[in-house]
Design a protein around this ligand. Structure first.
Ligand code: NAD
Length: 283
């Protein structure tokens, strides 16, 4: 693959990631020589801090860029020469592009989410949205919702501090009161009753974390539900909400659109997102 554009995914336990296949197939169809590798910190016995060395080594080896995933999205910031405005606001980077020896960080998770929501559930009301999970995905979702003009976002995380930290960082960016952390079953029930929609951004529903992230009886037909979990696509939340009559969006579009935007940053070429979505469906 001499002369091919070189890119890699860096993180822990990334073996099952669909990103390499998504990127390489799109590049092949677009006629671009392109290699997308995995650099799994677990395989090398490396801690998250080693992401700095990976950035330096891949930059020097002529890589075009990196995708960064768990547990390095925050860790990597200290090793970059510049940040997009959104990555800086979020304090998280999932895409690094090397340009003239400089490593610049971007975040395509939040834009992937908003594009997925806009295309997958067009026209839904965003006056009042409940967000479950205030980790990396939750922070990207909240940034996306408020950037899209959501009225208020109520944040619930089992770890109270994470919810409150996200509330504080969103208040600094979007003004006080737009996003507030709630706690406990009663507040969650009241918030969901009053909400137009619910976004789920915890690992619940993945094979290692089975189950529902909220009581099923809170789901009602006029509540839309978006899940960011995409392995599997048909989480218990997605199937339960659909059975309850909710408009439902699974995590697939967010996964594809974050990859598509990273592909555009790496190649300078607009990917065919319809083709990427169809490819994702058969992976
Ligand atoms: P994370 O560990 O950073 O954050 C998860 C948060 O959820 C934690 O703060 C935890 O305390 C909280 N939590 C766990 N169970 C909860 C519950 N029942 N109610 C409320 N809060 C709860 O994880 P992350 O990186 O944000 O990832 C979360 C999920 O999002 C994963 O399944 C990941 O695969 C998925 N994800 C999908 C995409 C996509 O493109 N579709 C992108 C990023 C992440």
């Amino acid at each position: 693959s001499r002369g091919a554009l070189l890119v890699a995914l860096v993180g822990s336990g990334i073996g099952p990631s669909l990103s390499p296949a998504l990127h390489e197939r799109e590049a092949e169809r677009a006629g671009l020589p392109y290699r997308y590798r995995r650099i799994d910190l677990d395989e090398w016995g490396l801690p998250p801090e080693a992401v700095g060395d990976v950035v330096a080594v891949t930059r020097d080896a002529g890589y075009r860029g990196l995708n960064i995933t768990h547990p390095c999205k925050q860790e990597v910031l200290a090793h970059l020469d510049g940040l997009s405005a959104d990555a800086e606001a979020l304090g998280a980077v999932n895409t690094v592009v090397f340009t003239d020896g400089r490593a610049v960080g971007h975040n395509t998770d939040w834009s992937g989410f908003t594009r997925g929501l806009a295309e997958g559930m067009p026209g839904v009301r965003l006056d009042s949205v409940v967000l479950l999970g205030a980790g990396g995905a939750g922070a990207a979702v909240a940034h996306g919702l408020l950037t899209q003009g959501a009225g208020t976002v109520r944040i619930f995380d089992l770890d109270r501090h994470r919810g409150e930290d996200l509330e504080a960082s969103l208040a600094a960016r979007f003004g006080g009161g737009r996003a507030t952390a709630g706690h406990g079953d009663d507040q969650l029930a009241r918030a969901v009753h009053a909400a137009d929609g619910l976004v789920h951004a915890t690992p619940t529903g993945m094979a290692a974390h089975p189950g529902l992230p909220l009581p099923a009886d809170l789901l009602r037909p006029d509540l839309w539900v978006a899940d960011v979990v995409y392995r599997p696509l048909d989480t218990e939340l997605v199937t339960t909400a659909a059975a309850a009559g909710c408009r439902v969006l699974d995590g697939g579009r967010m996964a594809v659109f974050q990859a598509a935007e990273a592909f555009r940053l790496f190649t300078g070429t607009e990917p065919d997102t319809g083709r990427m979505l169809r490819h994702f469906d058969v992976l």
